[in-house]
Design a binder for this molecule. Structure first.
Ligand code: HEC
Length: 132
């Protein structure tokens, strides 16, 4: 009987600890994933805009959004990857690339595409090392 009670208490406590750990993990990935999803949305729109005839006009809001979101990459991953210099270096490259593209989108669609390329490179460089 004692064993049985012990087992029941063990299961209940174990389940509680498991759920708490799961919730904590999920909470720590929600913000970074949200930042990534929003970043991906604006980057997708930016690439579409770059193909439009009014490419510079259509690209502008997405260039603005990406430059702001890039600032959130490092802090939003801070809980998952605390003090990871390499990760933060990649995040800083995204900040530079998005600011450069926002501040110097070029004079035509061809130049805009060239200004966007370093953003794509910054996404890929970090994903290569950090995204499963
Ligand atoms: C500094 C590193 C870094 C940079 C720069 C970066 N990402 Fe990510 N990204 C990650 C990591 C790490 C994950 C995996 C997150 C996870 O699985 O919890 C990820 C995941 C994603 C996901 C999947 C999100 C999900 O719901 O699981 C998308 C989409 C994405 N990134 C898009 C982008 C785009 C677009 C860019 C560039 C504009 C970019 N990322 C730049 C690190 C980065």
């Amino acid at each position: 009987m004692r064993l049985l009670i012990g087992l029941v208490i063990g299961f209940v406590l174990g389940g509680f600890v498991g759920v708490t750990a799961f919730k904590a993990l999920r909470a720590s990935t929600e913000l970074p994933r949200g930042v990534m999803q929003t970043t991906a949305y604006h980057f997708g729109e930016l690439r579409e805009a770059a193909k439009a005839s009014d490419c510079l006009g259509q690209a502008e809001p997405h260039l603005q959004a990406l430059a702001l979101l890039a600032d959130d990459v490092h802090p939003s991953f801070a809980e998952l990857l605390p003090d990871d210099e390499i990760f933060n270096g990649y995040a800083a490259k995204l900040v530079t690339a998005t600011r450069n593209a926002r501040d110097n989108p070029g004079v035509d669609c061809k130049a805009l595409n060239e200004a966007i390329a370093p953003i794509r490179d910054a996404c890929q460089a970090c994903h290569r090392d950090y995204k499963s």
